[in-house]
Design a protein around this ligand. Structure first.
Ligand SMILES: [Zn+2]
Length: 411
């Protein structure tokens, strides 16, 4: 038994700090580990040696700023994590190792709204097929991150709004999938996973305060504050789509009028262009036409950008993020939408709240959510599975929200 404050428990805490830093970054030099954990270079050096001897980390030579350095990453064969992303029209699965390498990835079309049972059948099959394809034994799977296109109710673990996915009524996505796969499943909504994906692998690398804004059938934001996703006590943080822009504007599905969503989401924007561009228009097509110079599509995308920018300005005043990353189809229109977003931010945000802000398109496209699902497992898995000596192997099934501030314990 370890006594809190004893040498043994301090040492254990230091081991966990180093493993967590490496786990979230993919790989770090020893100097970077020292900076991010606050431990001395000598302590880091000793801990890395111990972790290497125990097979938890791998150390490879690298160069940092022209100087020789040692890059530390979690051992590639220490285990794998799996990401499953249910979009509205697709299912995407990725398998990654703890060194942040994606070993396999595949997506297939799926009408997610139709039936939850059918969706989970397909997810189970695809996960098992990819595990088999990578030649990894099932017992190496540490956990699964699961993305669903709607808010998750923290208390029940179910979807917070059945209006978004009517076919999923009464389903607990985390229990459903962990029952089929026999491993812990962590579940979160698409905006939060997009934020995590871009933070760990994409346009948010290197920052600690970020908002990922996803404009699709709805508009949501994933908020990262000081390196962690902020979900709020009910799991509803980041509903930027329901900021009021016009009190006498169109009625929104939330019951209010003139929400940001009613000026930016596809189902409100596409009808503006249908009289001139035909009824079969998609957002992807509007973006393509705008890039080719179509004036109507350019005008609509610029208006959408200005409205998103108003929302981002509110966000800047409240949270002062250093980066805003735009996801969804709209991001492919590049400066056509980013320019107007920046214009609105500089008009409506307090100058000091926006001074250090960069607004970028997502770097991961449609992969942001599934990579975020991998990152979710890396973020929440806890380190006892990596550092254990064989005495404690019990696993727990978790849906996020029971206590998101500390990683769920596996022991
Ligand atoms: Zn609304």
């Amino acid at each position: 038994m370890e006594t809190p404050g004893s040498q043994t428990s301090l040492h254990r805490a230091n081991l966990e700090r180093v493993v967590r830093a490496v786990r979230m970054a993919g790989s770090l030099t020893q100097a970077e580990i020292a900076r991010s954990t606050g431990l001395s270079a000598a302590t880091v050096s000793n801990i890395v040696r111990e972790l290497k001897d125990g097979g938890t980390v791998e150390v490879t030579p690298t160069s940092a700023g022209g100087r020789r350095a040692r890059s530390v990453s979690l051992s590639g064969d220490a285990g794998v994590v799996i990401g499953v992303d249910f979009g509205h029209t697709h299912l995407r699965v990725a398998v990654g190792n703890l060194a942040h390498q994606v070993l396999a990835e595949e997506s297939e079309p799926l009408d997610v709204d139709a039936s939850a049972a059918q969706g989970f059948d397909r997810a189970e099959q695809l996960v098992k097929r990819l595990i088999e394809a990578t030649g990894i034994s099932q017992d190496k799977v540490i956990g699964v991150g699961l993305g669903v296109p709607g808010p998750i109710d923290v208390e029940s673990g179910r979807l917070g709004s059945t209006a978004i996915l009517p076919g999923w009524q009464g389903i607990n996505p985390s229990e459903e999938l962990s029952g089929r796969l026999g491993v812990p499943v962590y579940v979160d909504n698409d905006a939060n996973l997009g934020a995590l994906g871009e933070l760990v692998w994409g346009a948010g690398r290197g920052v600690r305060d970020l908002a990922y804004i996803k404009v699709a059938s709805g508009v949501g934001a994933g908020l990262v504050i000081d390196g962690r996703v902020y979900r709020g006590p009910g799991g509803t943080a980041g509903e930027i789509g329901h900021i009021t822009l016009d009190e006498s504007g169109p009625v929104c599905r939330c019951g209010n009028r003139g929400c940001l969503e009613t000026f930016t989401a596809a189902r409100y924007v596409l009808p503006l262009l249908m009289p001139s561009h035909g009824p079969d228009l998609t957002m992807e097509r509007v973006v393509q036409l705008a890039r080719e110079g179509d004036p109507g599509c350019r005008r609509v995308i610029a208006d959408v950008g200005r409205h998103i920018g108003s929302g981002v300005a509110h966000l800047c005043n409240l949270l002062n993020p250093s980066r805003v990353v735009l996801g969804g189809d709209l991001a492919d229109s590049g400066e056509l939408v980013l320019g107007p977003i920046r214009d609105s931010v500089s008009r409506y945000a307090i100058p000091s709240a926006a001074r250090h802000l960069s607004v970028l398109p997502g770097a991961l496209g449609g992969r942001a959510e599934v990579l975020g699902a991998l990152a979710l497992v890396l973020s929440e898995m806890g380190d006892s599975t990596l550092l254990q000596t064989g005495s404690d192997t019990a696993q727990a099934v978790n849906s996020l929200g029971t206590d998101q501030r500390s990683a769920p314990a596996f022991t």
